[in-house]
Design a protein around this ligand. Structure first.
Ligand code: FES
Length: 108
């Protein structure tokens, strides 16, 4: 069962043992993690599920689609090399231990 940590901008951390198969956006929502809005429901159309992925896990992520890349150009907080849309990342056992940093802003 993969373990995921969500880190808020103030440094507070929440860690969950989660079942594989859900997106990291839905996993956050179902556990009450604040700051991951997911307004489009996971369709890569809103960019309100933006997260910064810790560098140790970047190379284990699925490749970014063109749609995700385009949406990341329109995020409310700075886009960084570690930026991803959490709705586009399915939680798998390979991502055990991943840390996701929630940006300061998700909405313009
Ligand atoms: S939930 Fe809308 S882009 Fe991820």
């Amino acid at each position: 069962m993969p373990r995921v940590t969500y880190v808020q901008p103030d440094g507070s951390r929440e860690t969950f043992d989660l079942g594989a198969g859900k997106s990291l956006m839905l996993a956050a929502q179902s556990n009450g993690v604040s700051g991951i809005l997911g307004e489009c429901g996971g369709q890569a159309m809103c960019a309100t599920c933006h997260v910064y992925v810790d560098s140790r896990h970047l190379d284990r992520l699925p490749p970014m689609s063109e749609e995700e890349d385009v949406m990341l150009e329109d995020v409310a907080s700075e886009r960084k090399p570690s930026s991803r849309l959490s709705c586009q990342i399915e939680l798998t056992d390979e991502l055990d231990g991943i840390e996701l940093h929630v940006p300061e802003e998700q909405v313009w």
